[in-house]
Design a binder for this molecule. Structure first.
Ligand SMILES: Nc1nc2c(ncn2[C@@H]2O[C@H](COP(=O)(O)OP(=O)(O)O)[C@@H](O)[C@H]2O)c(=O)[nH]1
Ligand SMILES: [Mg+2]
Length: 194
């Protein structure tokens, strides 16, 4: 699938503002600064569709992008920060629970991890939460332009082992080099058609 027609629809700050309609949803989660907005911009090939930032954690918004009138790509708040932008020990934030639980339109979650680092406690909480709640997800490794191919392979295997996650469902990506988009398109299409 190519993301031919992408449009920002709205930001929601609470459950009452969430979009509930006939279109399925694919959500993106990960800690602040991992590269969520950059991935959206890469996938849609629109430079500033999602705002990127080097100062994490200020906004707690759920951002909806309509893709091809086929589904919503949903940018969730980066975890590890509360509403005031202070760091917290929990990935949890009521807006995330509200979004995830009983969301019949949610077909797939992309859990983003920086390819350079071991998953943090918060990343593990996030993966556990998705598994416990039987929410389908794949892991997307971001910023692969920052390490060598051999390092990437080592880190990928390590992340799979630490999170007990199928290594075949770990997708490397680089927004800078525009890599990984085709793979993700194929995976998203597959989950939308389930
Ligand atoms: N080198 C490199 N930098 C990236 C990549 N993706 C994101 N970044 C940078 O990482 C920072 C955070 O990115 P952003 O997309 O705003 O992360 P978000 O907070 O998860 O939405 C920005 O400075 C981006 O330019 C990538 O693939 N390669
Ligand atoms: Mg962002």
């Amino acid at each position: 699938m190519r993301f031919i027609n992408a449009k920002f629809i709205k930001s929601a700050s609470k459950k009452a503002e969430f979009i509930v309609d006939e279109l399925p949803q694919v959500a993106i989660v990960g800690r602040s600064n991992v590269g969520k907005s950059s991935l959206i911009n890469m996938l849609t090939n629109i430079k500033n569709l999602a705002k990127t930032s080097s100062t994490p954690g200020r906004t707690r918004l759920v951002n909806y992008f309509n893709i091809n009138n086929q589904f919503y790509l949903v940018d969730l708040p980066g975890y590890g920060f509360n509403k005031a932008g202070k760091s917290t020990a929990s990935a949890w934030d009521s807006i995330m629970n509200d979004y995830f639980l009983d969301n019949e339109k949610l077909k797939l979650v992309l859990l983003l991890l920086d390819c350079r680092h071991e998953p943090s406690e918060l990343d593990k909480q996030m993966a556990d939460y998705l598994m416990t709640n039987e929410i389908p997800f794949v892991i997307v490794l971001t910023k692969t332009d920052k390490i060598s191919r051999s390092e990437l392979n080592l880190n990928k295997a390590k992340i799979a082992r630490l999170l007990r996650f199928n290594i075949d469902l770990i997708v490397p990506s680089s927004a800078l080099k525009k890599q990984g988009g085709e793979n993700l398109g194929t995976i998203i299409e597959e989950y939308l058609n389930r």
